[in-house]
Design a protein around this ligand. Sequence first.
Ligand code: FE2
Length: 324
Amino acid sequence: MPYISTMVTDLEYNPEHFPTVVVNDGSVENLEQAKQFVANNVDALKKELGSTGAILFRGFPITDAESYDAFFSSFGYPNFTYKESLSNAVRINHTEYVFTANEAPKDVEIYLHNEMAQTPIYPNIISLFCEAAADQGGATVVCRSDNMYTELMKNAPEMTEKLEKVGVKYTTVMPYDDSPESGQGRSWRGTLGVETKEQAEEKLSSLGYSWVWNDDQSLAAQTGALPAIKTLEGGRKVFFNQIIAAYMGWKGVRENPSVALCFGDGSDFTKDYLDEIVAASRKLSYDIEWQDGDVAIVDNHLAMHGRMPYSGDRKRKVLVVLGR
Ligand SMILES: [Fe+2]
């Protein structure tokens, strides 16, 4: 993270500088002042976020879920609650809006993704707060989605043009009960916000999914064709999807990608193209090495995020808020 700014007036878009880092120069001494700082600079901060895709705030007096909730609220983003989402990660709410980032075990890597891009309902903003950093590892990885698109058009233009044209379909298997040992173990009842199979089927139809019930009461659901490359206002194209997370992280997909992924026209991805995508993301990724009290805000269209595995006795605690 090469770019350190102590004053918001220093912010200047530079594609080399990602994420933008805003460090408290000591003038912000308490939560009220932190909220005031955001309120005073909100236009410049949002403009910067719309350019680089991620801002890290360091050294601000944010210590727990409540102060984080208040700090994030100062930006004025309408809330996107976990409950209304179709996210398949298992999470625990701390305040009405703040919840745990992902309950997956510490040795599990959460691979790069745009938040909830494997569903038709996703937030525009994802914010993360590090209440307690891990002893070793546990960085949040961020990768610019516009640079991903450019890189893929350079290295695999035909496939990338096809991906833009037809989109992608995801197949996920949701258990009957939450299974927190998996990175995506939320039950179909929790994911869809329903109690019965009939209600689940109604919800799935309304979302344009197709589905199969398994003998163990789990549900295999396939989305309709979702966009995998989007054109933002102003014309920037972004790689916006969960292809990397599905390919690298979902069970059995690396061995056989077709169990979870296909192009929007039903044709299979080649492993060569998926490997090309992963290689491009590795080249373009930055690790946010958390310090206690750090807050990151990520534009969900402009940057993917993920989590490195971690270790040590200290209980890593990273909380999340989503915004529209
Ligand atoms: Fe995420």
